[in-house]
Write a protein that binds this ligand. Structure first.
Ligand SMILES: [Zn+2]
Length: 484
């Protein structure tokens, strides 16, 4: 290998690409510490405990909900047990706390059938049990809806057309091949209706409708459900149904079958709890302690499953990376700080608040050497999205080399949106997020009722923990900060 180094300049680019270490030969690699990190994870892994505590014990961790708060307090205690410095909660404004207490959705005639239906997050409760024949308005104009008048009072409303288009394929794996990568979440088709959804909801509210039903844009019993803390307290309650069942109900309603549904949504709303929290702790640095290597992942999830792939796997890997470094009594040159974010699913609310609070001044931004985020996809960490930063990519490429046998693949130069490194990028801080696997993620688990622990392999989370610990360590120890 050594003698080849002198002749790489005459090799075709494709051959040079096989030996990325040449390009990054100047980047020091702490092989002893990397071996220690890997050995600690192999012998004393805490990943399984972390992951099943987050998923099976706490369950859905909708930001602001009691389950989220319990998970956040547990994370603070875990960081304290690891021996991290200053573990604490940092509040940010989210909106009133919401959790689901009861949900019944049944067809009672012409035959009995339970419906696969979920309340949208922050949906108000129904006023008791609603029973009736649903009214279909998916092909109605607003004027036609208004003309229905008192018929809509306390009514069960089928608000959208049956779903006919679905996201049928996961996005391509960005870590495979050498081609440029198209990044970002694939758009979901629908649901569609003749009038805009927001207008229909406003008019249904005015007319006193009881509940509004829409189909999921996913198939085969997978139901994708979100919601907004900005939902008005007196809005129409909303349910999302399995698309196949929703389509059947619309056909039966149109055919004037003797169709009756029974629906009840019970929720708990805490008007006094308007904040949620990020969780923060750190390993203090040494000679460069005023500079910070930040690692993080979002602790919150949606509410219809347990947020296993989105994002308990990444939270477990990030917490485990900190546990490993603390256990090794690592004394990094820079401070290594961890932040578990809340409010990611409502629009990066926690990370945006943190950046606004802590990075308003240039001198504060300059202290952040790098932010490493773990979120999109699931499974192993293959590399990082490099946000167009070629200088940082050369360094990260060198750091992947000693991890090649763990299944890392490549860093890609492209950036990615819609996760917690974005507010940092916007503030001019070098910030990158992990490349993971997308198989069964877009079509099956992301923001759906199928995001349970079985979708995740513990050994993949262990691998991600090692990659995060190694990258944090390398970033904390090198002479220079990560270039902008
Ligand atoms: Zn998500």
């Amino acid at each position: 290998m050594k003698s080849m180094k002198t002749v790489t300049w005459v090799l075709p680019a494709a051959v040079v690409a096989l030996f990325p270490t040449f390009a990054a030969a100047q980047e020091p690699i702490d092989t002893a510490q990397i071996a220690a990190i890997r050995a600690e994870e192999r012998v004393h892994s805490g990943v399984s405990d972390l992951f099943y505590t987050l998923t099976d014990k706490f369950g859905p961790r909708l930001s602001g909900s009691p389950a989220y708060d319990a998970a956040a307090r547990w994370a603070v205690n875990s960081f304290r047990e690891y021996g991290l410095a200053n573990p604490h909660l940092e509040p940010f404004r989210l909106g009133r706390a919401w959790s689901l207490e009861k949900l019944t959705a049944e067809m009672t005639s012409p035959r009995y059938m339970p419906l696969l239906a979920y309340a949208e997050a922050w949906s108000p409760a129904t006023s008791g049990v609603l029973t009736g024949t649903p009214i279909y308005v998916g092909d109605s104009t607003i004027a036609e809806i208004d003309a229905m008048g008192s018929r809509l009072r306390n009514a069960i409303v089928l608000m959208a057309r049956p779903q006919s288009e679905f996201l049928a394929q996961d996005r391509p794996e960005p870590s495979l091949g050498e081609e440029p990568v198209k990044t970002g979440n694939p758009p979901f088709p629908g649901p569609s209706s003749k009038a805009p959804r927001s207008e229909i909801l406003l008019h249904l509210q005015k007319l006193g409708a009881g509940v509004a039903l829409t189909p999921s844009a996913t198939q085969h019993g997978t139901v994708r459900v979100q919601g907004s803390p900005a939902t008005a307290a007196d809005a129409v309650p909303t349910l999302v149904l399995a698309s196949e069942q929703y389509g059947m109900l619309v056909r039966m309603a149109r055919a004037k079958e003797p169709l009756t549904l029974r629906i009840e949504i019970g929720v708990h709303i805490n008007q006094d709890r308007l904040d949620s929290d990020n969780v923060v702790a750190e390993i203090p640095g040494a000679d460069l302690k005023d500079q910070v290597v930040l690692v993080g992942a979002h602790l919150d999830s949606w509410h219809t499953a347990v947020g296993a792939t989105d994002n308990a796997d990444a939270v477990s890997a990030t917490m485990e990376a900190m546990r490993i470094l603390a256990k090794l009594h690592a004394s990094p040159r820079r401070t290594i700080r961890v932040v578990l974010w809340g409010g990611e699913e409502q629009g990066l609310v926690g990370s945006r608040a943190w950046v606004a609070q802590h990075l308003g001044q240039k001198v504060e931004r300059d202290r952040i050497s790098v932010y490493l985020n773990d979120d999109p996809g699931t499974g192993k960490t293959y590399g990082f999205y490099m946000e167009g930063n070629a200088g940082a990519k050369r360094i990260f490429d060198a750091w992947l080399t000693p991890l090649a046998d763990l299944g890392v693949r490549r860093n890609v130069i492209e950036g990615i949106v819609a996760t917690d490194h974005v507010p940092f990028v916007e503030a001019g801080v070098p910030a990158f997020t992990t490349i993971k696997d997308f198989s069964n993620y877009d079509v099956r688990t992301r923001h759906t009722n199928a995001d349970f622990a079985d979708a995740v392999k513990i050994e993949d989370v262990q691998q991600s923990a090692i990659v995060m610990a190694v990258f944090a360590w390398q970033a904390a120890m090198r002479d220079e900060r990560i270039p902008h």
